[in-house]
Design a protein around this ligand. Structure first.
Ligand code: HEC
Ligand code: HEC
Ligand code: HEC
Ligand code: HEC
Ligand code: HEC
Ligand code: HEC
Length: 356
């Protein structure tokens, strides 16, 4: 599992890392085992203070950053006009396969954090319910006309009575889609501090110098945009489909010490007119700054997953080093298998920790 491996340099505070590290590579519907993670008994406490605390001094940055797609990853439920008032539901704990545990939750009174990716409603389940985890996807939003209705996130016969139950899926997605919930930040979604680390000390310091490292943010991208392939128990390699940056490790950019940065091509605080984190409206205008005279067909070069029925749109970031047609994928299956021996050698060489 990916959460075991060290993501980034230890300059990010341990608390930040532990929270992000939990729940990685679990972007499917199978509830993953609870990671035990490192035991952080001596973590220094630096608090997360939320975006509103940055706004007053970094006004311009704030005003542009909140219009990037990072800020669409998690929204308040109030942004979604509902077709009927929230009511009571009986939900089963989908994370507890061994024992059908259920509780009745009044959604109108529950502690609801918000909505993830315009889809799942995220809430806390009271301890007394005996669910295995604390945060769950308790409902899914579906849009009909101009209103949203609340549906069960998954139907399954948990108590074996022949009828499908309303089941609540555990929220392992939070580490990347709403990191603020577990860090106790007033900003639940991807926020300033998701990239910069906790800002409590910086905000309260009279002399701000050195209280916020710009380097932390530069290495933060990989904590959520996991791009390496993974190896299953049978020793088969599969390419990543979820995090937007499949096979980045294989690109010439990643192998150059000067270019090995997302920021060679991406911006952080400002989206272009298409809403993408790119410095130019036409993405290739940025490439030709370095590749003078070259033309790139980005739809071909940065291929999307052709076989995923859930439509994950992740673009390949190997920039031609691992073309889809060369992987030897079995199109009949959902994962993108990597069977080409040359690529397996490349993985072993570049990513010994994955090949282990
Ligand atoms: C009271 C005003 C104030 C607030 C509030 C504030 N900052 Fe700053 N910030 C500053 C100043 C002043 C500097 C420049 C410090 C220096 O001279 O190195 C700065 C610098 C920074 C830097 C650059 C550090 C560097 O060395 O390049 C980052 C990143 C940053 N702030 C992020 C944040 C974030 C995130 C928040 C909210 C959690 C925040 N700031 C809140 C005033 C503020
Ligand atoms: C997606 C990650 C990300 C988010 C979200 C983010 N930043 Fe940054 N920020 C960076 C990176 C990376 C750098 C330094 C690299 C660069 O741009 O040169 C940076 C640099 C800065 C700097 C110093 C240089 C500058 O541009 O002034 C400040 C101040 C800052 N960020 C404040 C903020 C504030 C305030 C927010 C929230 C409104 C925020 N950032 C949100 C990644 C992020
Ligand atoms: C390790 C970080 C991480 C985890 C954990 C994670 N995601 Fe994501 N997810 C991302 C990133 C990064 C993107 C953006 C990818 C892009 O822009 O191409 C994304 C995109 C998405 C999207 C939009 C595109 C798509 O693939 O349909 C959905 C929906 C989504 N995630 C759902 C989930 C759900 C549900 C979970 C939990 C079961 C989850 N994610 C867990 C990082 C993560
Ligand atoms: C050589 C340039 C380059 C580098 C380096 C690069 N990207 Fe990209 N990335 C792009 C381009 C171009 C797109 C396509 C943008 C578009 O069409 O809107 C893109 C798209 C994306 C997307 C959206 C993919 C989707 O699902 O549509 C994500 C997420 C992303 N990049 C993250 C990253 C991260 C994180 C890194 C660092 C690990 C990185 N990129 C490095 C050029 C680059
Ligand atoms: C806390 C997790 C997290 C961190 C840290 C993070 N991202 Fe993202 N990123 C996401 C999620 C989630 C999405 C999907 C947002 C959506 O589609 O609403 C995303 C989407 C994107 C996209 C595609 C959408 C767009 O605006 O073009 C790009 C590009 C991107 N991130 C680049 C970066 C870069 C560069 C960094 C580091 C400076 C970074 N991200 C840090 C979680 C993160
Ligand atoms: C900051 C400069 C810079 C930017 C911006 C940049 N590249 Fe590169 N790129 C390089 C360098 C340097 C190499 C390495 C050449 C080598 O080692 O052979 C490279 C290598 C490549 C390669 C593999 C070798 C080749 O020339 O075929 C591809 C493909 C590529 N880049 C595509 C892109 C695309 C597409 C973009 C824009 C989305 C882009 N690059 C943006 C500097 C850049």
């Amino acid at each position: 599992m990916n959460w075991k491996k060290p993501f980034i340099a230890s300059i990010i505070s341990l608390t930040f890392m532990a929270v992000l590290a939990m729940g990685c590579n679990k972007a499917d519907d199978t509830p993953a085992p609870q990671p035990t993670g490192p035991q952080l008994t001596e973590t220094p406490k630096v608090s997360y203070v939320g975006d509103n605390s940055c706004k007053a001094c970094h006004t311009e940055t704030y005003d542009s950053t909140i219009h990037t797609k990072h800020y669409d990853a998690f929204k308040p439920l109030a942004d979604f006009p509902l077709d009927k008032p929230l009511g009571e539901v009986t939900i089963f704990d989908a994370a507890n396969k061994d024992k059908p545990t259920s509780t009745t939750l009044d959604l109108s009174k529950a502690k609801i954090f918000g909505v993830m990716m315009n889809d799942y409603i995220i809430a806390e389940i009271p301890k007394e319910a005996g669910f295995t985890q604390q945060y769950y996807r308790v409902g899914a939003l579906k849009k009909t006309n101009d209103k949203w209705s609340v549906e069960s996130p998954k139907q399954a016969d948990i108590d074996n009575d022949g009828k499908n139950d309303w089941t609540a899926e555990s929220f392992t997605c939070g580490a990347c889609h709403a990191p603020g919930i577990e860090t106790g930040s007033p900003s639940y979604g991807v926020s300033c501090e998701s990239c910069h680390g906790p800002g409590g000390n910086h905000v309260s310091a009279t002399d701000k110098k050195g209280t916020m490292s710009p380097e932390v943010a530069k290495t933060s991208c990989n904590t959520c945009h996991e791009s390496n392939p993974s190896k299953d128990d049978q020793g088969n390699y599969t390419a990543n489909t979820h995090y937007g940056t499949r096979n980045y490790f294989a690109s010439k950019h990643a192998q150059s010490s000067q270019l090995n940065q997302c920021l060679t091509c991406h911006t952080t605080h400002k989206a272009n007119t298409n809403g993408s984190l790119l410095p130019t409206d036409n993405p290739t205008d940025n490439c030709v700054k370095c590749h003078a005279g070259k033309t790139f067909d980005l739809d071909k070069l940065m291929w999307k997953n052709p076989t995923d029925e859930r439509g994950h749109f992740t673009r390949d970031h190997s920039f031609g080093a691992m073309k889809y047609e060369d992987l030897q994928d079995d199109p009949a299956t959902k994962p993108i298998e990597i069977k080409n021996p040359t690529f397996i050698e490349l993985i072993k060489k570049q990513l010994p920790e994955v090949a282990k």
